[in-house]
Design a protein around this ligand. Structure first.
Ligand code: AMP
Ligand code: MG
Length: 487
C-alpha cells in the first residue's frame, strides 16, 4: 500500500522510541482522502473500506512501516518542559512520491507511547474531526498546513470530561520536526544530536542552505522567513492557532497541532478562544510576536552551530529575529493589500488604509470574512448597503469607502479588481459553530454534517447557494466562545 522509506527511523536512537498502536475493537472508516492518497502515490488496488479502517486505526501495520514516537521538548505557554514527545501519536513511516518531496504518515490517537506521561495516548472523535476539517480547509485556501489522510473511529471509548467515542486521525506532514525537537537535544546538552538534527532538516527542507557560508544560520533564517509568512497568512484569513507552544511549531513552515484553533467571526484583534489560554498569550494579534519568540528559542539551540565565534553567532541570530519582523510586515501588507483590491504592490501609505478598515471592523463588530467578501462586490459597483449592514456602527465608514474607492480606481477596471478580490477573499471558512455542530452530530452517529462541511470547504471562494448556511455567522445562541484541545 505504501512504499515507505523511513529516514527518521535511521537517525540515532535518542531521536525516537519504538511504538505500537493499541488494539481497537471495531475500527470504522469515517472519511478517507482519496485525492491526497493518490498524490502520495499510495497503491490502493484491491484495498476495501474495511481494510482502510484496519490500517488507519493501527490494527494492521503496513509492510515497510517502522512505527516510532518522536522525542521533543517545548515551551508551553512560556514554560519550558524538557520532556514532551509523541504521547498520542506515532510516525508510521515516510513516503516519497515520485522523485519529489518526502512526507510523514502519522497516526494520532493510536495509543500510549514511551512519551505518554499521564495521558492515555488516545484521541476523542471531536478533536479528530476538527483537525480533519481545518486541515483540509487550509489546503483549499493554499495555506501551508499538515493534511488529513484518514479519520477512523475505533469502537473504543475514551475518558474525557465525559466518555467519548475514540478515533484515530492520520496526518500527513512535510515532517513533524518542531522547534521543540531542537530544544529537546539542546536542553540535554547533546550538541552532536542538535547537529545531526540540523543536518537532517537542511537535507529534508532547506537543501539550498548547504551551499552557503553558514548553512545553519541560513537554515534558521529560512525557517524564520517561512514562519513569518505563515503567520501573515493566518491573520489574512482570521485564523487563531490557539496553542503556539514551541512544540507546536513545525520547522517545515506548515501549520501544525492547531487543537483549539478557531477562525474569527467578528473582527477582534484580542480574540482568544482556547479555554487553556487564560491570559490571552496566543490571541489573534499576538501571533506574530509569539512566532518570533519561538524562533528566538530555536536560535538559542543553534547558536553553537551558527558560528564558532559566539558574538558573531548572536549577531547572526539577532539579524534573523529582526528580519522576521520585516518579512512579516511586508507579507501582511501584501496580503491585506490584495484583500482590499489594491493594484500593484501595496505601499507603506496603504498600511493606514488597511488598519483603518480593521479598526472600523473592530468597532463595528463586523464579520471578518464577510466584510472582505462584500468589499469585493463593492469594487465591481454593487450597492454599498450589504457591506454597510455588516457593521453595527457606520461611523467613519463613508469616509473610509471614499478613500478606498479613490485608491482602487488607480490602474485597474472595476471588474478586474472585483475578480482579483474574489480570488483572495474566501466566502467560506471553517466557522466554529459549524465545526461544533458537525462534531455534536457525529458523536450521535450522524456524520452527514461533517461530510457536508468538509466537501464545502474544498471550494472556499465559491458562493454555492446550497451551502449558503455555512457562510452565515453564528446567531447569538450559536456562538462558540471556548474551544478545547480535547486531549
Ligand atoms: P498537544 O496538545 O498536541 O500540543 O500536546 C502536548 C503534549 O501532550 C504532547 O507531548 C502530546 O504528545 C501530549 N499529549 C496530548 N494529549 C495526550 C494524550 N491523550 N495522551 C498522551 N499524551 C498526550
Ligand atoms: Mg502538540
Amino acid at each position: 500500500m505504501f512504499s515507505f522509506d523511513n529516514s527518521y527511523a535511521r537517525l540515532p536512537e535518542v531521536f525516537h522510541r519504538p511504538a505500537k498502536p493499541a488494539a481497537a475493537r471495531a475500527p470504522r472508516l469515517i472519511r478517507f482522502n482519496h485525492d491526497l492518497a493518490h498524490r502520495l502515490g499510495l497503491n490502493l488496488a484491491g484495498v476495501d473500506e474495511a481494510r482502510l479502517a484496519q490500517v488507519f486505526a493501527g490494527q494492521v501495520i503496513p509492510l515497510g512501516a517502522e512505527p516510532l514516537a518522536q522525542a521533543y521538548a517545548g515551551h508551553q505557554f512560556g514554560q519550558f518542559n524538557p520532556q514532551l514527545g509523541d504521547g498520542r501519536a506515532l510516525l508510521l513511516g515516510e513516503v516519497v512520491p515520485g522523485q519529489g518531496q518526502r512526507f510523514d504518515i502519522q497516526l494520532k490517537g493510536s495509543g500510549p507511547t514511551a512519551f505518554s506521561r499521564r495521558g492515555d495516548g488516545m484521541a476523542a472523535l471531536g478533536p479528530v474531526l476538527r483537525e480533519y476539517i481545518v486541515s483540509e480547509a487550509f489546503a483549499a485556501l493554499g495555506v501551508p498546513a499538515t493534511r488529513a489522510l484518514a479519520a477512523v473511529s475505533t469502537g473504543e471509548q475514551v475518558v474525557r470530561e465525559t466518555m467519548m467515542p475514540g478515533a484515530v486521525f492520520t496526518r500527513v506532514a512535510a515532517s513533524h520536526i518542531r522547534v521543540g525537537t531542537f530544544q529537546f537535544f539542546a536542553a540535554e546538552g547533546d550538541a552532536e544530536a542538535v547537529k545531526t538534527l540540523a543536518d537532517y532538516v537542511i537535507d529534508r527542507h532547506y537543501p539550498e542552505a548547504r551551499a552557503t557560508d553558514r548553512p545553519y544560520a541560513t537554515m534558521l533564517s529560512l525557517i524564520s522567513e517561512r514562519q513569518a509568512k505563515l503567520v501573515a497568512r493566518w491573520l489574512s484569513i482570521g485564523f487563531i492557532h490557539g496553542v503556539m507552544n514551541t512544540d507546536n511549531m513545525a520547522v517545515s513552515g506548515e501549520t501544525i497541532d492547531f487543537g483549539p484553533c478557531a477562525f474569527l467571526d467578528e473582527y477582534d484583534p484580542r480574540k482568544v478562544f482556547s479555554s487553556i489560554d487564560q491570559r490571552g498569550r496566543y490571541a489573534y494579534s499576538n501571533q506574530p510576536g509569539i512566532a518570533q519568540w519561538n524562533i528566538a528559542r530555536l536560535a538559542e539551540c543553534l547558536l553553537p552551530l551558527m558560528d564558532p565565534d559566539e558574538d558573531r553567532a548572536v549577531e547572526a541570530a539577532n539579524g534573523v529575529l529582526k528580519d522576521f519582523g520585516e518579512v512579516f510586515q511586508a507579507e501582511w501588507l501584501t496580503l491585506f493589500g490584495q484583500k482590499l483590491g489594491l493594484s500593484g504592490e501595496a505601499s507603506e501609505g496603504d498600511r493606514a488604509l488597511i488598519s483603518d478598515l480593521l479598526e472600523l471592523m473592530h468597532k463595528g463588530e463586523a464579520d471578518f470574512t464577510l466584510t472582505f467578501r462584500a468589499l469585493g462586490k463593492l469594487a465591481g459597483g454593487a450597492d454599498a448597503a450589504p457591506f454597510v449592514a455588516l457593521f453595527s456602527s457606520r461611523n467613519g465608514l463613508d469616509d473610509w469607502l471614499a478613500r478606498w474607492r479613490a485608491r482602487i480606481s488607480e490602474g485597474r477596471a472595476p471588474s478586474e479588481v472585483q475578480a482579483a478580490m474574489k480570488m483572495v477573499n474566501p466566502a467560506l471558512i471553517a466557522r466554529n459553530h459549524r465545526i461544533e455542530e458537525a462534531i455534536a452530530a457525529a458523536v450521535y452517529g450522524d456524520f452527514s454534517f461533517f461530510h457536508r462541511l468538509v466537501d464545502a470547504l474544498a471550494t472556499p471562494y465559491v458562493e454555492d447557494p446550497e451551502t449558503g448556511y455555512l457562510r452565515v455567522p453564528p446567531a447569538p445562541d450559536e456562538r462558540v466562545t471556548r474551544t478545547f484541545c480535547g486531549t
